[in-house]
Design a protein around this ligand. Sequence first.
Ligand code: SF4
Length: 371
Amino acid sequence: MNSQIYDLKGHTKDELVEILNRMGEPRFRATQLFKWIYQKGVTDFSRMTDISKLSQRKFDAAFIPESVSIVTAETSRDGTVKYLYRLADGKAVEGVLIPDPPRLTLCVSTQVGCRMGCAFCKTARMGWFRNLSAGEIVDQVCQVNTHIGPRRKVTNIVFMGMGEPLDNLENTLKAIEILGSAEGLQFSHRRLTVSTCGLVNKLTGLGNITKRFRLAVSLNAADDEIRDRLMPINRKYPIARLLEACRTISLRNRERITFEYVLLKDVNDRQKDAKALVKLFHGVKVKINLIPFNETEGIPFARPSDATILKFQKILLDAHMTAIIRDSRGDDISAACGQLATADATTLPPSSHPLPGSRGQCESVLDPPPL
Ligand code: SF4
């Protein structure tokens, strides 16, 4: 008798084959389950019409269908939606859905809090509570698909929510494999972006795995003195080591690593900072995303003026670099970059069910977001 309980969305297809095999189920059952769960959005086994009643009862006892539930969905003036998700242990994380037709991008969290301590980031103020499981990462996408469905689906995923994905590497990579499965949600590498603050020890070990997603590196300064102040990780892995690690990353043809640069007034937005950036990447093809700081209560930085931002960008463009100013989205509901934090990370009441299904709550608590 197999009495183990499994998180339904926390396993790759191969792992599910193994689990089902131990339950005496045929191999093709894993494909059937993947299609029901991810393509049709059905996790109620009794609705899986091509699976026998006997197997449905077995699965009911063995699998927990959902590990994340949506508590609130707040819609910004620009259509951005900030989600608050409850986890089974009562902890909470946030995510952001950004409509940018035809894309519908979901920013997912990989940890409850973060221990990287970036000075401009609200998540850092929470500290670190725990890693999310692969199932909890995948389920953020599934819950949002259910919430906005049935005619719309998340098209792109960015691992830029709460937490440092490479600090939870194993679960992040497993989630990427599940999300990319041909029988599941079929996210190709082009539609998955992992953003890191620069964990060099993890970056150097990635090898070919990086071909499964696009990589973005949060740089934010062209010299170590400024980066040390903004990002404590730089004291361990200074810029030269970070760039050396980036050179070991396997990229597809014509692909480039994106470097993110949060522009902070009078800190890293001066013309000499832009020139230092040009010098740093001399002769290297990179893409720079310039992100004007989203002012956040309790974080002692300001957004540069539009004129300063444009001047900074012009210096990069004149040096033939690709430099894009990223729109600030959802800042009125604290959903913009660096603004995610759940003050109540440890205080949401745990659900009475160990890992609750959220669909019912979702429909009763929330209105569909006007995308
Ligand atoms: S910016 Fe990213 S890595 Fe840095 S503290 Fe915030 S969540 Fe963590």
